[in-house]
Design a protein around this ligand. Structure first.
Ligand SMILES: [Zn+2]
Ligand SMILES: [Zn+2]
Length: 242
């Protein structure tokens, strides 16, 4: 029996534990869900609820003309806005709390998923530190809501139909629709651990990532050197954007 219960834990057959909370870290019923949301006490992943505000969405939900200028944003401008947000958050969190394995932002429109940012740290203790500290902080004029999330496997949390361009529920799907960052930014953020050491251009991403993990100590120093030069970002920090 115990084995059976373990095998169905967090799946749709599980009548006790909520499969949506377990897989996606958020469920549309929230606290009123009839199934249990088992909040983890340890996890590598931190959920920052509703942190990203897509300027396109504010335009859609606004009825007045005061938001009109937002609808004029081109796709490139929206992508740039998103890339800037992503980079700010990623760099800040990694510098403050520790190495990030991956970060994902939901493009869904439902209240429980809209703008959710999932940050998977390499170490659980870094995630714990981040949650504790971030809940005392503000971002873009709003308080941050951070919690440890049960999500560690984003493949399981993502909507497969969406990835094939076939999701019929569009923004209101209950599985993650992740917004992609530009290829250049991806290379910069996920490739920077080894940038100074290795100039060779490897095409294999998995090999790159493994290598970057094994070199964890060195890049930390080189990164702080990079930061000294990056006056722009430091200035934004001082202005308290985050
Ligand atoms: Zn639920
Ligand atoms: Zn979907």
């Amino acid at each position: 029996m115990a084995e059976y219960l373990a095998s169905i834990f967090g799946t749709e057959k599980d009548k006790v534990n909520c499969s949506f909370y377990f897989k996606i870290g958020a469920c549309r019923h929230g606290d009123r869900c009839s199934r249990i949301h088992n909040k983890p006490t340890f996890s590598q992943t931190v959920l920052l609820q509703n942190l990203y505000h897509n300027p396109q969405n504010s335009a859609q939900s606004a009825d007045g003309s005061h938001c009109k200028f937002l609808t004029n944003l081109t796709e490139e401008e929206v992508q740039e806005h998103f890339d800037n947000f992503f980079e700010d958050v990623f760099v800040e969190l990694e510098d403050k709390y520790g190495e990030i394995e991956e970060m994902n932002v939901c493009d869904n429109l439902g209240d429980h998923l809209v703008g959710n940012v999932y940050v998977k740290f390499r170490k659980e203790e870094d995630a714990e530190k981040a949650v504790e500290d971030l809940n005392k902080r503000w971002f873009a004029g709003r308080p941050i809501y951070a919690e440890l999330s049960p999500v560690t496997d984003f493949r399981e949390a993502c909507c497969r139909q969406y990835e094939m361009g076939e999701c019929t529920r569009s923004g209101f799907c209950n599985f993650m629709h992740l917004r992609p960052i530009s290829r250049e930014l991806r290379r910069e953020l996920y490739g920077r651990h080894r940038r100074r050491k290795s100039r060779s251009k490897s095409r294999s991403r998995s090999r790159e990532r493994k290598r970057s993990r094994s070199r964890e100590r060195r890049p930390r120093r080189s990164r702080s050197r990079e930061r000294e030069k990056g006056g722009d970002r430091d200035r934004r920090d001082r202005e308290g954007r985050f």
